[in-house]
Write a protein that binds this ligand. Structure first.
Ligand code: NAP
Length: 313
């Protein structure tokens, strides 16, 4: 029986793990991917983490993991399928290859983050990996000197367009409205890129190509006109979906699937806590995920104390 099982090894999970070790808990981190760090691994430059301006995301993820390793955190690669809530303890069921294994713990922190949303247009599925990508920093180099498009108007889309502008001959940013959701500082940087053209009030209706992306069929909403845009690649950045499907039967979620919890990470299920992008919150960033991990473990400590210390649980 562990004191705490943490599900997920992004910034929230790793921060929770370090705090858990410092609190003296027997802790295990279950991670789906053998590489810790979560979304941060796919980020080119993280410019808003206090004290580390411009740090490469991959390097940051590796440093977070190194810190957890040095604290003595134990990791296991396993895909969690459900939590069974037995009241005073929880069983976390996970697939290790083809075998299911159960891990018992007095408390659980869910730190499974969120994944990219799909555009859900014809051609997207068939051409994924053949010019359709969800990660500019991972795949951008394949489009050196070529024409690309980015779809979306949030921080990720604008960051992707700025990143691609350094590599590609031309970048179109296709946004369904006439103003961007992205932070002002990113918008200003975007406007300074001479090879980026923003297509306002426009949506992608189809991604076209035989075996490889060749063009996009876009609709100009104000004119209600269809247009073909020749591009070699398209980067889709239309938001996130929380990775909470496996937990919706044990914790209350909002209509988008985010686990309902405040800054303390306390969910509707006593003994089950949430940290990072998977919870309802205003701002999903590395710095807030890291602080969530610390807060959730502080709540775990309070929860244990309410049971008159660990031995009475
Ligand atoms: P986001 O902020 O939710 O933006 C998604 C964008 O995609 C919006 O502009 C939205 O349009 C558009 N969109 C959604 N569905 C669409 C569809 N079906 N067709 C066309 N466009 C669609 O998501 P995000 O950019 O992935 O960012 C996720 C979170 O991570 C945010 O909280 C963001 O602040 C954070 N983040 C922070 C940093 C940083 O701190 N440096 C970097 C990256 C991300 P509308 O605007 O019309 O809704």
């Amino acid at each position: 029986m562990y004191d705490l099982v943490i599900i997920g090894s992004g910034p929230a999970g790793l921060s929770a793990a370090i705090y858990a070790k410092r609190a003296g808990f027997e802790v295990l981190v279950l991670e789906k991917n053998p590489m810790s760090g979560g979304q941060v691994l796919n980020t080119d430059a993280v410019d808003n983490y206090l004290g580390l301006p411009g740090m490469n995301g991959f390097e940051m993820g590796m440093k977070f993991r190194q810190h957890a390793d040095e604290a003595g955190v134990v990791f296991e690669s396993a895909q969690v399928s459900r939590i069974v809530d037995h009241g005073t303890h929880k069983s976390v069921a996970a697939m290790l290859g083809k075998e299911e294994k159960e891990y018992d713990a007095r408390a659980v922190v869910i730190a499974t983050g969120a994944s990219h949303a799909l555009l859900q247009v014809p051609g997207e599925d068939a051409l994924t990996g053949h010019g359709v990508s969800y990660c500019a920093t991972c795949d951008g180099a394949f489009f050196r000197g070529k024409k690309t498009a980015v779809v979306g108007g949030g921080d990720v889309a604008v960051e992707d367009a700025i990143f691609l502008a350094r590599i590609c001959e031309k970048v179109y940013l296709i946004h369904r409205r006439d103003s961007l959701r992205a932070a002002k500082i990113l918008q200003d940087a975007l406007l300074r890129c001479p090879n980026v053209e923003v297509l306002w009030d426009s949506v992608v209706e189809e991604i076209c190509g035989t075996g490889q992306v060749e063009s996009l069929r876009i609709r100009r909403l104000k004119e209600n006109a269809s247009e073909t845009l020749q591009v070699d690649g398209v980067f889709i950045a239309v938001g996130l979906h929380p990775n909470t499907q496996a937990f919706r039967n044990v914790t209350k979620c909002d209509k988008s699937g985010y686990i309902i919890a405040g800054e303390d990470g306390v969910t509707s299920a006593p003994g089950i806590f949430v940290a990072g992008d998977a919870r309802t919150k205003q701002l999903r960033q590395i710095i807030t995920a890291v602080s969530d991990g610390a807060n959730a473990v502080t709540s775990v400590e309070k929860y244990f104390n309410n049971f008159n210390k660990f031995d009475n649980i």
